[in-house]
Design a protein around this ligand. Structure first.
Ligand SMILES: Nc1ncnc2c1ncn2[C@@H]1O[C@H](COP(=O)(O)OP(=O)(O)O)[C@@H](O)[C@H]1O
Ligand SMILES: [Mg+2]
Length: 252
């Protein structure tokens, strides 16, 4: 089943065309890694997919349900009510963690399920404690983000995203603000999630991780998907010169 389907996505910032004609679909249980140079439009793609930015053209569907449709070359969104429902399907983890600084760890994780999803506090609390344990943060429930290391903050952000019970999780360079030793721990959490068949779209520069964990790799450059396929195809045997050049630069 196609959980996410994007066709012919176009996005401009003023006169600048940032995404040109992006089509991409993600099946349930799949892990898709997006790689590509800085400025190629990876974050903008995730921001459009997670409704933080409006697209200028193309279509977006979750679970086969239209969220944005193309009407005469314009992108038209479904009702606000529908958008609120759709937002329960996905979660997003940012590069810079984006925790609420004035909330404790536990409140960061509990906040959206309680205030947005209107679930019972007791139930959410129990689940939040389990999630914090899963990401290795038992005992940190009452700490504030500023009292945690970057890696710990990212663990909270992952627990917070999981607390919404999303069907698909997006990660935007989840480890690029972290030291290499810390990165390994975060990637381990993602690997465990992949083993549990969590559907994920991960923007990353961690090529070894992408190769091991992703079912499909997408290489973006200049607002286009230049090449996509299995890790063997895109990483081990890239066909496009731009993909080759990008991968060579990463090795150095
Ligand atoms: N809010 C914005 N306003 C104007 N330009 C933006 C904005 N966000 C991103 N851009 C531009 O869009 C392009 C793609 O950016 P981005 O999606 O962040 O790329 P990536 O994540 O691959 O580094 C860049 O040229 C960037 O400068
Ligand atoms: Mg980015």
């Amino acid at each position: 089943m196609k959980l996410l389907e994007i066709t012919n996505l176009k996005k401009n910032y003023g006169d600048l065309r940032v995404l040109s004609d992006i089509s991409l679909s993600v099946e349930e249980g799949q892990v898709v890694a997006i790689i590509g140079p800085s400025g190629s439009g990876k974050s903008t793609l995730l921001r459009c997919a997670t409704l933080l930015e409006d697209m200028d053209g193309g279509t977006l569907k979750y679970n086969g349900e239209p969220v944005c449709e193309d009407k005469d070359g314009r992108a038209v969104y479904v009702s606000k009510q529908k958008i609120r429902e759709i937002k329960n399907i996905f979660g997003l983890v940012f590069q810079n963690f984006n925790l609420f600084p004035h909330y404790t760890v536990l409140k960061n994780v509990m906040d959206a399920p309680v205030s947005v999803q209107k679930r019972s506090k007791e139930e959410v609390r129990e689940e939040a404690l389990k999630l914090l344990d899963m990401v290795g943060l038992s005992g940190k429930e009452d700490s504030y983000p500023c009292q945690l290391s970057g890696g710990q903050q990212q663990r909270v952000a992952i627990a917070r995203a999981l607390a919404m019970n999303p069907k698909i999780l997006f990660f935007d360079e989840p480890t690029s603000a972290l030291d290499p030793e810390i990165t390994a721990g975060i990637l381990k959490i993602l690997r465990d999630l992949a083993e549990k068949k969590m559907t994920m779209v991960v923007v990353t520069h961690e090529i070894d991780f992408a190769k091991k964990v992703a079912d499909r790799i997408i290489f973006m450059d200049g607002g286009y998907i230049v090449e996509e396929g299995s890790p063997e195809e895109v990483i081990d045997n890239p066909k496009n010169e731009r993909t080759k050049a990008f991968l060579q630069k990463l090795e150095k």
